[in-house]
Design a protein around this ligand. Structure first.
Ligand SMILES: NCc1[nH]cc(CCC(=O)O)c1CC(=O)O
Length: 338
């Protein structure tokens, strides 16, 4: 096992083991893991072994609630990491619950790719150009509210399944459009399917969208990870996740959050939507990054959440504890995978 020899001085040089990265079997999970493995090898020459783990969430067609709710996809991987069957897990950061997992930490956050949502339509149409009453597929309450706020006439179809399944619903003619994360499409080499990318100031996306999290055991030293850590991304996603945690928002809460770092300034904006898109509340704040970036990010997220709650977010959407369910990622689908 890699964990313990590395923690014991002197043994490291005599034990040359590969870094074992666990991943779910879905195409997106494997693509993301492959990208991280390649970046680590390129930067440090590290030898990587990829371990594919199938979780109950991938296998089962049962509803998430009947599987025990939160984190079903992440839990099999996390158990493997705690047990020492692997050294790293690559997650889509937006799918990682905000609550800490005992014994595990986010060991690295690589530079975020595109955080935007993409509209994919059959004939290259934009949202404005879709015909009246067009059928648009998504399983995310945030995306539903955002779609309806701009196009109340649309028919929203609740869809599940991986990216290819979702795009397949388009080509089959069953749907006129689907909304997907640009980052996921890009990692799968399917950005050609995107016909419109929504600007983040009009269409904020899920906290952490477009970013990856490398999860490790607490106390393990894996110096290779320094080569892929991107401080501004970590600070930004911490702020976005802090809003979600402080709002006590479950996965059913339509919340968008966007944070960016400009020099010494961290800017965070968050929006809470009414389910039908007819009302929304937004809040934008910034803070100076002087000293402890993580603490600043955490506090900024809490300040934005407090303001949103003061302005009535809990009357608008299932936030403020009322509907909190542990906060697994948005657009979670039973029986499917990304
Ligand atoms: N919840 C599913 C999920 N988790 C991460 C991504 C895309 C990649 C990313 O956001 O980093 C997706 C698919 C989607 O929302 O279209």
């Amino acid at each position: 096992m890699r964990g313990w020899p590395r923690d014991h001085q002197g043994e490291e040089s005599s034990v040359t083991t590969a870094l074992r990265i666990a991943t779910r079997g879905s195409a997106l999970a494997r693509a993301q893991t492959g990208l991280v493995a390649a970046a680590l090898t390129e930067a440090t020459g590290a030898e990587i072994e990829i371990v594919i783990i199938t979780s109950e969430g991938d296998r089962s067609k049962e509803s998430l609630a009947s599987l025990g709710g939160t984190g079903v996809f992440a839990s099999a991987l996390r158990e493997a990491l705690v047990a020492g069957d692997c050294d790293l897990i690559v997650h889509s950061l937006k799918d990682l619950p905000t609550a800490p997992y005992p014994g595990l930490v986010i060991g690295a956050v690589p530079e975020r790719e595109d955080a935007r949502d993409a509209l994919c339509t059959r004939e290259g149409l934009t949202l404005d150009e879709l015909p009246e009453g067009a059928r648009v597929g998504t399983g995310s309450p945030r995306r539903v509210a955002q779609l309806l706020s701009l196009r109340p006439d649309l028919t929203i179809v609740d869809i599940r399944g991986n990216v290819d399944t979702r795009l397949g619903r388009l080509t089959d003619g069953d749907l006129d459009a689907v909304v997907l994360a640009s980052a996921g499409l890009g990692r799968l080499g399917r950005l050609d399917a995107a016909t419109e990318l929504f600007a983040l100031d009009l269409w904020p996306t899920a906290p952490g969208q477009g970013a990856l999290a490398i999860e490790t055991r607490e106390g393990d030293s894996i110096p290779e990870l320094l080569s892929i850590e991107h401080t501004p991304t970590r600070t930004a996603v911490l702020a976005e996740r802090s809003v979600l945690a402080a709002l006590e928002a479950g996965c059913a809460a339509p919340v968008g959050a966007t944070a960016t770092v400009h020099g010494d300034e961290l800017r965070l904006s968050a929006t809470v939507y009414q389910a039908d898109g007819e009302a929304e509340l937004g809040c934008e704040r910034s803070a100076e990054l002087l000293g402890d970036d993580h603490l600043v990010a955490e506090l900024l997220g809490q300040a934005v959440a407090a303001q949103l709650l003061e302005d009535g977010a809990a009357e608008l959407a299932p936030v403020g504890g009322a509907a909190a369910n542990g906060g697994h990622g948005e657009d979670y689908w039973p029986g499917g995978s990304e």
